[in-house]
Design a protein around this ligand. Structure first.
Ligand code: X90
Length: 277
């Protein structure tokens, strides 16, 4: 085995065809219960436990050993993490890289800070796979992926910011908007990998037109779009058909958020990763 792609579970991706791939789970802790964000996580149960839970809840990123286990025996690893601005996942992957390369001279781990999460990570992973399958060398792959990441964005719509606010992942100014009922927030991943608000919406139509407007402002003219939704397939599907209507050539795929993104995006949340020129 030569190449392997590894990411943390915030990518909402469990497996990949044709290329060795492993997802390393984050953990969601609700009172005395812990949900491991792997293929077996019971998302309906987690949602139920969270909605009746009154106390604290939080998350934990993978530890160094979790990453090492995922690297396994690969010669060259491309490791894609959630934004280092909001999680320790990247730092722990970098420590694992150092340990792995020391222990196995000749092997190499490239850790890529997505400065994002969910569907934008999937775009990066799919591009890595494409470059691997094209037979390119690791240095060339890293150059091309760095360039590709200048042309991907993340937009999202959130119905509540409670878990982000309670865990200190958003600025106090944004956190103030957390409890306003009926308001949905449309935002983007900032260039520094933080959550940045763009506008407030009341109702689904406003969310859809706001996302479409921002996509066009970012220069989207019909490339790849990856959508993750948290218990909101309806809005995701509607967004897909509106994008298709404007840009018939776009390549769009929808999936459900796994544990980590479900916890922070909460019920109704939509995440959109897109390519732009
Ligand atoms: O290390 C950990 O415990 C994980 C912390 C993750 C915190 C942020 C998760 C965000 C998930 C929410 C909306 C999109 C925000 C994107 C900002 C870059 C998704």
């Amino acid at each position: 085995m030569k190449y392997k792609i590894v990411s943390d579970s915030s990518s909402d991706l469990l497996c990949l065809e044709q290329t060795p791939f492993v997802s390393v789970p984050l953990h969601i802790i609700v009172g005395s219960q812990e949900f491991i964000d792997d293929a077996n996580v019971d998302l309906a149960k987690m949602d139920e436990v969270l909605s009746s839970h009154k106390g604290r809840s939080g998350t934990a990123c993978p530890g160094v050993n979790d990453w090492l286990e995922a690297f396994e025996d690969a010669e060259t690893v491309f490791c894609v993490t959630i934004t280092s601005a909001l999680s320790g996942s990247y730092n722990s992957a970098v420590s694992a890289k150092k340990e792995y390369e020391e222990q196995f001279p000749g092997r190499c781990v490239h850790v890529i800070d997505s400065l994002s999460t969910g569907p934008e990570m999937r775009l990066i992973i799919e591009k890595l796979q494409e470059l691997i399958l094209a037979g390119k060398e690791p240095d060339r792959i890293m150059n091309e992926i760095t360039d590709y990441m200048r042309h991907t964005r993340l937009l999202f719509s959130l119905e509540t910011l409670t878990n982000l606010a309670n865990n200190g992942r958003i600025s106090p100014a944004v956190a103030k908007l957390a409890g306003i009922l009926g308001i949905r927030l449309v935002g983007q991943a900032s260039p520094q990998g933080e959550l940045q608000m763009l506008n407030k919406c009341r109702g689904k139509q406003c969310v859809l037109s706001s996302i479409l407007r921002h996509m066009q402002r970012m220069g989207f003219r019909g490339g790849k779009v990856r959508i993750s939704h948290s218990f909101n397939e309806g809005t995701a599907t509607e967004l897909m058909s509106q994008i298709k209507k404007l840009f018939p050539a776009s390549d769009i795929r929808i999936c459900a958020t796994r544990g980590l993104c479900s916890y922070y995006a909460e019920r109704g949340g939509i995440l959109v990763g897109l390519e732009c020129p």
